[in-house]
Design a protein around this ligand. Structure first.
Ligand SMILES: NC(=O)c1ccc[n+]([C@@H]2O[C@H](COP(=O)([O-])OP(=O)(O)OC[C@H]3O[C@@H](n4cnc5c(N)ncnc54)[C@H](O)[C@@H]3O)[C@@H](O)[C@H]2O)c1
Length: 383
């Protein structure tokens, strides 16, 4: 086997996503499995260069994982011709500028979502990448999760018949930070720092709906800030200026209607932190991150509305678990592998900066819908 080392600048790896999902569960996991086989007798060996603002944090991270290369100088890393890929998991507000610099420097880019804070910026990045001829990818991890892969399997197998509706429930209680520390970073709750649940989650809903059921053709959303005050990482109170809940209705190409509630101010009475119920003429399914249950029309019970008697059905027990039938890898790692094969083995890949821009567009139009109190068409974007 020939080993091809690929140096990847990884920016934002001291953060929650960058560290756990991208560095540890994806890149380091790839190294633990001996690299990525590209075919033709070549194994790709990813060599991360940890980039960030705090030298001490980077050095500690490198030592913890036995890595050699760290830098606080992004320009120097981008000027280094041995670095071929730039990866970004920084806070959202810092992303667009860093991606632009990386593309201008001729690097292939792989990035967390949202790719920019507005559609114009997101499209400009996609156009720049096209003009520069670099390869580009955007994290769309949810469709690589076992639960949603099973849902996709059901769609592809024609289980649902005509799909009528999709209802999604996402969220959990994010502590305010006073008497118990918050479990998410405080910038998420400040609009001026790129926060907000619409900017964060609607890009996910765009590709989930698009890939499984049809492109989103219109959006009506109500975004709100249920908790206007929170406490930051140092225990200091701050004004939560960003939306922490959004209630959205989406029309989909093909005729299905989706409704998704997203909230950081809801307590979980579900089996998973996100769940999607899909109802079709032939059957229904409820999928979470890992599990997926179905009810076929032939096994659908016939409840009768009667508030005078206790419920005669154990409704949850009337569903059947969809088996794994395969071994599911970590979704982030699976997508990294596809991206690396796209860059180094010319494999097709459509989760790119244009796909990322669609997510930014949906978030932008959802916020406009909320501000203006009306339903808004979502036009198709192109480069
Ligand atoms: N795909 C997903 O499921 C998913 C989930 C959560 C977050 N995200 C995205 O990942 C990105 C990072 O989110 P996170 O939750 O890991 O955030 P985080 O606050 O934990 O990490 C942010 C990283 O950016 C760095 N950074 C750079 N400039 C900064 C600045 N000016 N202020 C503060 N930190 C700065 C931090 O040092 C840190 O490494 C966001 O864009 C978010 O939208 C994606």
């Amino acid at each position: 086997m020939k080993r091809k080392t690929v140096r990847i600048a990884m920016n934002g790896v001291t953060g929650r996503m960058g560290h756990r999902q991208h560095l540890v569960r994806s890149i380091l996991a790839l190294r633990e499995q001996g690299g990525l086989e590209l075919g033709g007798g070549t194994v790709l060996w990813p060599e991360p260069v940890l980039v960030g603002r705090r030298a001490s944090a980077l050095a500690a991270l490198a030592e913890r994982h036995g890595l050699e290369h760290v830098s606080t100088d992004l320009d120097a890393v981008l000027a280094d011709p041995t670095v071929e890929i730039y990866f970004d998991a920084q806070v959202t507000a810092a992303r667009e500028d860093a991606l632009r610099r990386a593309i201008v420097a001729g690097k292939h880019v792989y990035t967390e979502k949202p790719t920019a804070t507005g559609l114009d910026g997101a499209l400009a990045l996609a156009r720049l990448a096209r003009d520069k001829g670099v390869r580009h990818g955007v994290v769309q991890d949810k469709i690589f999760l076992p639960g949603l892969l099973k849902l996709k399997r059901l769609v592809d197998g024609g289980f649902f018949g005509r799909i009528l509706s999709v209802r999604g429930e996402f969220g959990y209680w994010v502590f305010e930070g006073d008497w118990q520390s918050a479990q998410r970073p405080s910038w998420n709750y400040r609009a001026e720092d790129g926060g907000g649940i619409v900017a964060d989650m609607f890009p996910h809903w765009e590709y989930v709906l698009h890939e499984l059921f049809g492109r989103v053709t219109s959006v009506q959303a109500l975004a709100t800030t249920h908790l206007p005050q929170r406490w930051d990482e140092r225990g200091k109170p701050y004004d939560a200026t960003a939306d922490d809940a959004a209630y959205g209705v989406f029309e989909l190409a093909g005729g299905a209607i989706a409704q998704i509630n997203s909230s950081w101010a809801v307590r979980v009475h579900r089996d998973e932190l996100v769940e999607f119920q899909v109802d079709g003429t032939e059957g229904s399914a409820v999928a979470g991150l890992r599990g997926c249950r179905v009810q076929h029309r032939s096994t659908t019970p016939k409840p009768v509305w009667d508030p005078d008697v206790p419920a005669g059905h154990a409704f949850r027990e009337q569903w059947q678990e969809v088996p794994d039938n395969t071994v599911f890898d970590n979704g982030f790692k699976a997508q990294w592998e596809l991206f690396l094969r796209h860059v180094y083995a010319d494999a097709p890949y459509h989760w790119d900066l244009l796909a990322g821009a669609r997510g930014v567009q949906l978030a932008e139009l959802a916020l406009r819908s909320s501000a203006e109190g009306r339903r808004i068409d979502v036009p198709e974007i192109a480069l």
